[in-house]
Design a protein around this ligand. Structure first.
Ligand code: EPZ
Length: 431
């Protein structure tokens, strides 16, 4: 397959307006949740993302009818059967594991190959399985597959050792059609969990408490169909805030929910970036004149600083005045972008989950490679401000979670072009 690359000529200050698309991390669990209903669902304003297409293939494999017409995604679970889902499908997308909760919830059985995921650390499912066990399922793991079966699913009181987003979502879905009440304690509080609750309730479920650390699910006999539009993607929005800051530009980011970005906005303001809410609190103005100040940053479960913004923040702090200490407390190896930023002249030292970033006045363009979605975003941001040209390989990672990011930044003045794989790419390696 001819691998695309992005060629970025650094130096342009981003100026203008940019619109945020629907949240990938709401769409994926909600697509999985649609399997709980035998009736058609419609998700509106769906961005073109590779992850959405991969989830579509997983749902179609188990018999759902899924089609995109314009920006509307139609899902019909009438003919879904709990088919064993093979590694070829499960390994391409970590979020494919979210079909476990809905298939178990509706059919009382599910068998899937272990899921894949980006290169950001081993992604166990022990908390998911602990929830399924508590609801009355028996779990078997063999030949690289996980199987859950239950004669009946009964509401249970479940405490999560860690507020895992996926485990919270999977247990919510498995509990929706169970008998009785399920309580999930120490639940994840991300806005995407609230979105999933609202979608499930739109279909006739009885879920409450999402957004807090105690979620209660009252089982119902069946779900109906329904329409839904997800919240804006707070990580895409955050990436744009950083893009404006790192290029010392002035950008209005539209279709945002500022409350979902509080930790990031506070950190950017601490670094000297101007961030103002506009337009009835649905847009943010972000502006930076010169280099930002170094700040310390620790990723935490929501509402703390989001791990999905850590690579992008590191790119910004690599050009800051002063030293920053970044602590990644969610994933055990989410610093794969550090080596690539170093190729561009960044001065970063990593000790376990801590990265010490000594800001430099300028980065220089280089041939760099993305290893996961947010690392790809960070390298685009670094390329926007680096001297000369940056060539980013592994653009397919970027397209998993950002819709036409190159075109969106080109519209703000960036010189960024998508290229077919370069034969002479190796020649840049020496720079
Ligand atoms: C979701 O992943 C997001 N993905 C991730 O976004 C995000 O980084 C992550 O939540 C944290 O916010 C989607 O929503 C599709 P977790 P998820 O379960 O559910 C450990 C992106 O870039 N853990 O909250 O997989 C796990 O190893 C992606 O959009 C267990 O130990 O995250 C990790 O260290 C990347 N046992 C931590 O919890 C379990 O059973 C957080 O994982 C489950 C998780």
């Amino acid at each position: 397959m001819v691998m695309a690359t992005l060629e970025i000529a650094g130096g342009a200050r981003l100026k203008g307006e940019i619109e945020v698309s629907g949240a990938k991390n709401s769409i994926l669990p909600i697509m999985a949740a649609s399997l709980l209903s035998p009736e058609p669902c419609c998700l509106q304003e769906i961005p073109q993302l590779t992850d959405v297409r991969m989830m579509q293939e997983v749902l179609q494999f188990v018999g759902a009818k899924v089609s995109l017409s314009g920006r509307n995604l139609w899902l019909d679970g009438a003919e879904v059967v709990p088919q064993e889902v093979p590694p070829s499908l499960m390994r391409r997308l970590r979020a494919s594991n979210l079909v476990m909760g809905s298939l178990l919830g509706r059919f009382r059985q599910v068998r899937v190959a272990y899921p894949g995921g980006c290169a950001i650390g081993s992604r166990p499912m022990d908390l998911h399985l602990k929830g399924f066990l508590a609801l009355g399922a028996e779990i078997r793991e063999d030949h690289g597959f996980i199987e859950a079966r239950a004669a009946r699913l009964r509401g249970a009181d479940i405490h999560l050792d860690f507020p895992s987003v996926g485990a919270t979502e999977n247990i919510m879905m498995a509990a929706v059609l169970a008998e009785g009440v399920t309580t999930i304690r120490n639940a994840a509080k991300e806005p995407e969990i609230v979105d999933l609750q609202n979608f499930l309730n739109r279909l006739g479920a009885r879920v409450k408490g999402a957004g807090s650390d105690v979620i209660r699910v009252h089982g119902v006999p069946r779900l109906r169909g329904g329409e839904y539009q997800v919240i804006p993607d707070r990580i895409e929005a955050g990436t744009h805030l950083v893009a404006a800051a790192i290029t010392r530009g002035r950008v209005v980011v539209k279709n945002v929910i500022p409350e979902h970005l509080e930790a990031l906005i506070a950190k950017l303001r601490e670094a000297g970036v101007r961030v103002e809410t506009l337009g009835g609190r649905s847009a943010l103005l972000v502006e930076a004149e010169g280099r930002v100040r170094g700040v310390d940053c620790k990723t935490l479960p929501y509402p703390g600083f989001p791990t999905d913004m850590q690579p992008q923040m590191m790119a910004l702090l690599a050009t800051a005045e002063g030293t920053s200490v970044i602590t990644e407390s969610i994933f055990e190896s989410r610093f794969k972008h550090v080596d690539e930023l170093r190729r561009m002249g960044a001065q970063i030292k990593v000790e376990g989950r801590v990265a010490v970033v000594n800001g430099v006045p300028r980065l220089s363009g280089a041939l760099v490679e993305a290893t996961d979605l947010r690392a790809a975003a960070a390298l685009v941001l670094a390329g926007l401000v680096a001297e000369n040209t940056t060539v980013l390989e592994g653009v397919e990672h970027l397209d998993r979670g950002y819709e036409c990011l190159d075109l969106k930044y080109e519209a703000l003045g960036a010189q960024i072009r998508r290229e077919a794989a370069r034969k002479a790419a190796g020649s840049m390696r020496g720079t």
